[in-house]
Design a protein around this ligand. Structure first.
Ligand code: NAI
Length: 708
C-alpha cells in the first residue's frame, strides 16, 4: 500500500501505491500504514531527508468519503483523527526535511499531507488538480488545511480557496503559492532530491513554529483581514441562507484558529470537522454529489452486452435555442454535426450561437482561436435531409408540435441507416406516442436536455414503451461522450424532471391564489435552498408555455385530467397578458436597466389573506410536494433508482443540494416523520400531499431508501 526505500545517500522515499484502488485515498488502512513509514523515516538516523510521492498517475485523491459518510460518533471520530494530526505535526517537527513530490492530482487530505511537508514540488501535468474541495461535499479540510494554508499564503488568499473548494492546475497553484515549484514530470524526483540535499537543512522549522511568526497579511483582527470576515459572513448568509454549515465552519476555523498557536488551531479545526461529518447536509451532499453522481457518470444502469457505440456524426433537427446548444456540446466532443433547419438562415443562426460562445472563450483565453475554428468546422448547417446520411444518431429539437415532430422523424429515417437511433428532445410529449411516427420504434428514445445546454450537466434519457436495450445503451454512450450526466426514466407525462419540478411551481401559484404574500412565497423558496422562488421560475419558463402545456394535457387526458392547484392563477395571469420574463411582464416586472421586482398588481389580483402562514410552513409545502411527487414517480416506476431521482433533481432544476435531492430529503427527515408531515399537509391542502402506498409499505417494513 505504501512503499518505503532508503538509498545510499540517506534519502528515504515514501511512495503511495494502494493496490486495490485506481487512486490513493486516505482511510483507516492507508493512514496508519503511511504513519508507520513516516515514523520509520524519522527514527532512522541514517535518513537525512524524505520524499513523499505516489506510484499512481495521481498523488492522493483525498479522504475516503465512504468512511466519512459513516461517521455518527463525533467524539470517536475526534480520537481517530488525533493520530493523523499527530503524524502531520511529527513531519513538521521531524528535524529532517520532508518534500512532497506531487506527480498528479492532490486534493483534500492528499494536499494536506503536502502542506505538512517542508517543501512542495509539482509535476507540470496540466490534468492534475490541487486544492481543498471538501466544502463541495459539506465538509472542511480536517487535516490542518484551514490552519496551514492561511498561515502559508495569508488569510485573504486562503479563504476563497477554502470556501469555494477551487481545484487548481499546477501552474495556477504555483501562482497562488500552493506549491513552491513546478517542474517537468520527468524531473520531479530529481528536483525533490536536489532540494533535500541543497536546501533542506535551511528549512527545517516551519514558519509557524518559529518565534515571532506572523501570518502573511496579518491575523484575523488586522485591518486588512478583519473586513474579509465581516463582509464574508454577510455575503455567505445572503447567498446560502444558512443552509450550508460547512462554509460557516471554515470561516470559524480560520478566524478562531489563526488567533492562537498552530496546535490549538488544529484542535479547533478538528472539533468543527467532526461536527460537520455528522450533519445531514454532509451526508446528503456526499451521497448525491459524489456517490450517486459517480454511479450515473459511470453508466451504472447501461444494459450490458451492447458494444460501446462510437459517434462520428450526429444530426440535429431544429437549430433554435436547444438545437444550437446541443450542436455545440456535440461538436465540442469531437463529433461532426449536421445542423438542419427549415431555412439555411435559421440553421446558420444556430451555428452562430456556437461562434458566440467560442469567441467569448477565446477572448477570455480559455480556448485558442485554432480550437475554436476546428470546433466550428465540425458543424454543418443545412436544410437538406439527405445530408443526414451516415449519422449514427439524430436528435430532433424542432417546435413542440406532434405533427412537425412526426414529419421530421419520417424524413430523417428515410435517409438513415437502419441501425441509427433517433432521439427527441421534447420536454412534454410522451415518447411512446412520438415513436408512433417512427418505422423503427425500438430505435426511438428521448434525450431531454436542459437550457442552457452548454451549462446544464443533466440529460434525462426517456425510454419509450418499445425502446430497445441496445438503443438505451447507445444513447447513454452519447451522453457520456458529451460529458454530461445521464439519468434514465420511463415514459410518462412530464417524465421525471418536468413533472416534479412543475409541482414546485404549482405549489407557489396555489399559495398565491390562497392569499399568501408573494414575497413570502419567493423568499421561502430561496430560504429552502432553491435557486429561485417558484413565481420567478414560472416567469422564466413562461406562463404562456405552462398554459399551453396544460391545455394540451387537458386535451390528451380528457376526463382523467386532475386540475393543478395553481391553474386558476395561471389562467388569470395569462388573461392579463402577463406571460413572463420574455414579455418583461409576469409575476415580476422587469424595468429596463434595473432589478426585477414583484408586480404590485398582484395585490389586487390575489388579495392577501388576513392570516399569513409561518415561513417554515411555506417551506415545508414547497419542498415536500416535490418529494411526495418523486415518491409517486418511483411507485409508478417512472424512476427506478432513488439515486437517479436525487441526481436529477439537483442537476436538473437545482433542488436544494444540502437536502441531497428529492429522495434524500425524505431520507434525512426520516420516513415516518415525512409520512406524518404529508398526512398533515394533505388534510389541510389536498390530496396532492397524500403519501403514496409505496412510502407506507416501506415504513411498515422498516425499510429506507438509503443505508446511511
Ligand atoms: P425554438 O423555437 O428555439 O427552436 C425550434 C427550431 O426548430 C426553430 O429554429 C425552427 O425553425 C426549427 N424547426 C421548426 N420546424 C422545423 C422543421 N420542420 N424542420 C426543421 N426545423 C424546424 O425551440 P426550443 O426552445 O429550442 O425547443 C425545441 C424543442 O426542445 C421543443 O420540443 C421543446 O419542447 C424542447 N425543449 C425545450 C427546452 C427549453 O428550455 N426551451 C428544454 C428542453 C426541451
Amino acid at each position: 500500500m505504501i512503499d518505503y526505500a532508503v538509498d545510499a545517500d540517506g534519502i528515504a522515499t515514501i511512495t503511495w501505491n494502494m493496490a486495490d484502488r485506481s487512486m490513493n485515498v486516505l482511510n483507516d488502512q492507508s493512514i496508519p500504514a503511511f504513519a508507520e513509514k513516516v515514523a520509520a523515516a524519522i527514527a532512522d538516523k541514517a535518513v537525512k531527508g524524505v520524499i513523499v510521492t505516489s506510484a499512481k498517475p495521481d498523488f492522493i485523491a483525498g479522504a475516503d468519503l465512504a468512511m466519512l459518510q459513516q461517521v455518527r460518533d463525533a467524539a470517536g471520530m475526534f480520537e481517530r483523527g488525533n493520530a493523523m494530526r499527530r503524524m502531520l505535526r511529527d513531519i513538521e517537527k521531524a528535524g529532517k526535511p520532508f518534500v512532497a513530490a506531487i506527480n498528479g492530482t492532490a486534493l483534500g487530505g492528499g494536499y494536506e499531507i503536502c502542506l505538512a511537508c517542508h517543501h512542495r514540488i509539482a509535476a507540470d501535468n496540466p490534468k492534475a488538480q490541487i486544492g481543498l474541495p471538501e466544502v463541495l461535499v459539506g465538509l472542511l479540510p480536517g487535516g490542518g488545511g484551514t490552519q496551514r494554508l492561511p498561515r502559508m499564503i495569508g488569510i485573504q488568499k486562503a479563504l476563497p480557496l477554502l470556501l469555494e473548494g477551487k481545484k487548481l492546475a499546477p501552474q495556477a497553484a504555483l501562482q497562488m503559492g500552493l506549491v513552491d515549484k513546478v517542474v517537468p514530470p520527468d524531473r520531479l524526483l530529481a528536483e525533490a532530491r536536489r532540494w533535500l540535499v541543497e536546501e533542506g537543512a535551511k528549512n527545517l522549522v516551519k514558519p509557524w513554529d518559529q518565534r515571532g511568526f506572523r501570518i502573511p497579511g496579518g491575523n484575523p483582527h488586522a485591518p486588512a483581514t478583519a473586513p474579509v470576515f465581516v463582509a464574508g459572513n454577510a455575503m455567505l448568509r445572503e447567498r446560502t441562507f444558512g443552509n450550508y454549515p460547512a462554509p460557516l465552519a471554515i470561516m470559524a476555523c480560520v478566524y478562531e484558529g489563526c488567533l492562537v498557536d498552530i496546535d490549538t488551531g488544529l484542535k479547533i479545526e478538528a472539533r468543527h470537522f467532526v461536527r460537520l461529518c455528522t450533519t445531514p447536509e454532509a451526508k446528503n451532499m456526499i451521497r448525491t454529489l459524489f456517490f450517486s453522481m459517480g454511479e450515473a457518470n459511470k453508466l451504472a444502469h447501461r444494459p450490458k452486452d451492447v458494444p460501446v457505440q462510437k459517434y462520428s456524426r450526429v444530426g440535429i433537427l431544429g437549430a433554435g435555442m436547444m438545437g444550437a446548444g446541443i450542436a455545440h456540446v456535440t461538436a465540442q466532443a469531437g463529433i461532426e454535426v449536421v445542423l438542419l433547419d427549415t431555412s439555411l438562415e435559421q440553421a446558420e443562426k444556430g451555428k452562430a450561437y456556437s461562434q458566440g460562445l467560442l469567441d467569448r472563450r477565446v477572448q477570455q483565453k480559455r480556448t485558442s482561436p485554432e480550437e475554436r475554428d476546428e470546433l466550428l468546422a465540425r458543424i454543418r448547417p443545412t436544410t437538406d435531409f439527405a445530408d443526414l446520411a451516415g449519422c449514427e444518431l439524430v436528435i430532433e429539437a424542432v417546435f413542440e408540435d406532434r405533427a412537425i415532430k412526426a414529419d421530421v422523424t419520417r424524413r430523417a429515417e428515410a435517409v438513415l441507416a437502419p441501425t441509427a437511433i433517433f432521439a427527441s428532445n421534447t420536454s412534454t410529449l410522451p415518447i411512446s406516442g412520438l415513436a408512433e411516427a417512427s418505422a423503427r420504434p425500438e430505435n426511438f428514445i428521448g434525450l431531454h436536455f436542459f437550457s442552457p445546454v452548454e451549462r446544464m450537466q443533466l440529460v434525462e434519457i426517456i425510454r419509450g414503451r418499445q425502446t430497445s436495450d441496445a438503443t438505451l445503451a447507445r444513447a447513454m454512450d452519447y451522453v457520456k461522450k458529451i460529458r454530461k450526466t445521464p439519468i434514465v426514466v420511463n415514459d410518462s407525462r412530464g417524465f421525471y424532471t418536468s413533472r416534479v419540478f412543475g409541482t414546485y411551481v404549482s405549489e407557489g401559484l396555489a399559495m398565491l391564489g390562497e392569499g399568501v404574500a408573494p414575497a413570502l412565497i419567493e423568499n421561502a423558496g430561496r430560504m429552502a435552498g432553491m435557486p429561485v422562488g417558484p413565481l420567478a421560475l414560472a416567469d422564466e419558463v413562461s406562463l404562456e408555455l405552462m398554459h399551453r402545456v396544460r391545455r394540451q394535457t387537458m386535451k390528451d387526458l380528457g376526463d382523467a385530467y386532475r386540475p393543478a392547484p395553481g391553474d386558476r392563477v395561471l389562467e388569470l395571469m395569462v388573461e392579463k397578458g402577463r406571460i413572463g420574463k420574455k414579455a418583461a411582464k409576469g409575476f415580476y416586472e422587469y424595468p429596463a436597466g434595473d432589478k426585477k421586482r414583484l408586480w404590485p398588481g398582484l395585490a389586487e389580483l390575489f388579495p392577501l389573506a388576513g392570516e399569513q402562514p409561518a415561513v417554515a410552513e411555506v417551506i415545508e409545502r414547497l419542498m415536500y410536494v416535490q418529494s411526495v411527487e418523486t415518491a409517486r414517480c418511483i411507485e409508478e416506476k417512472v424512476v427506478t433508482d432513488p439515486r437517479e431521482a436525487d441526481v436529477g433533481s439537483v442537476l436538473g432544476w437545482g433542488f436544494a443540494p444540502a437536502r441531497g435531492g428529492t429522495v434524500s430529503q425524505i431520507h434525512s427527515v426520516g420516513l415516518a416523520s415525512f409520512i406524518a408531515g404529508c398526512e398533515r399537509l394533505a388534510q389541510k391542502h389536498g390530496g396532492r400531499f397524500a403519501p403514496p402506498k409505496l412510502l407506507r409499505e416501506m415504513a411498515a417494513r422498516g425499510e429506507s431508501f438509503y443505508a446511511i
